[in-house]
Ligand binder design. Structure first.
Ligand code: MG
Length: 166
C-alpha cells in the first residue's frame, strides 16, 4: 500500500461559476489560475502522483507552457492517473477536504464524488468529499482563496513489481 497527499489553493475573483471537484458550482465568484483552477482535482492529482512517487502536477503540466493555459483539470487528473496506473497501481480510496467560506457545498458533494469516480474509473464509494468553512477568519474565511487537501491510497496490483505477497 502507498499513501499520497496533495494540497492546492487558488485566489477567488468576481464572476462565477466555481469549477470544483470536476463540476461547475453556481457561485458569484470563480477561482483564478493558469488552468481552470479546480483545487480539488489539482490536490487529488498531486495525491495520486505522490503516492506513486511520480512527481507533481507542476512537473507534468508546467504553468510556463502556454498549451497548459486554461487546461481542463479533469484531463490533467486522468493523465496523471494513467501514468500512476501504468506503474502497476490500483486505487484503494481517495479522500478530499475542501476549505471554502462560500458557497455552501453540501448539495454538491455527491456530484463531485460521482464525477471524480468517473474520471478515475472507480466506485463513488471510494471517493470521500468533505467541506469546511474558514470560520470567517484567515484568507479562506475572508473569501480571498479556496483550498483543498486530498489523500490517495494506492494498492500495488497483483503480479506487478512490489505487489504485496508477490
Ligand atoms: Mg492548482
Amino acid at each position: 500500500m502507498r499513501i499520497g497527499i496533495g494540497h492546492d489553493r487558488h485566489r477567488l475573483e468576481a464572476g462565477g461559476p466555481l469549477i470544483l471537484g470536476g463540476i461547475a458550482v453556481p457561485s458569484d465568484f470563480h477561482a483564478v489560475g493558469h488552468s481552470d483552477a479546480d483545487v480539488v482535482l489539482h490536490a487529488l492529482t498531486d495525491a495520486l502522483l505522490g503516492a506513486a512517487a511520480l512527481g507533481d502536477i507542476g512537473e507534468l503540466f508546467p504553468d510556463t507552457d502556454p498549451t497548459n493555459r486554461g487546461r481542463d483539470s479533469a484531463e490533467m487528473l486522468r493523465a496523471a492517473w494513467q501514468r500512476v496506473r501504468a506503474n502497476g497501481f490500483a486505487i484503494g480510496n481517495v479522500d478530499c477536504v475542501i476549505f471554502a467560506q462560500r458557497p455552501k457545498l453540501t448539495d454538491h458533494k455527491r456530484a463531485m464524488a460521482s464525477r471524480i469516480a468517473e474520471l478515475l474509473e472507480i466506485g463513488a464509494e471510494q471517493v470521500g468529499i468533505k467541506a469546511k468553512t474558514g470560520e470567517h477568519v484567515g484568507p479562506v474565511g475572508r473569501g480571498e482563496i479556496i483550498e483543498a487537501q486530498c489523500v490517495a491510497l494506492l494498492l500495488k496490483e497483483a503480479g506487478s513489481p512490489g505487489a504485496e505477497g508477490a
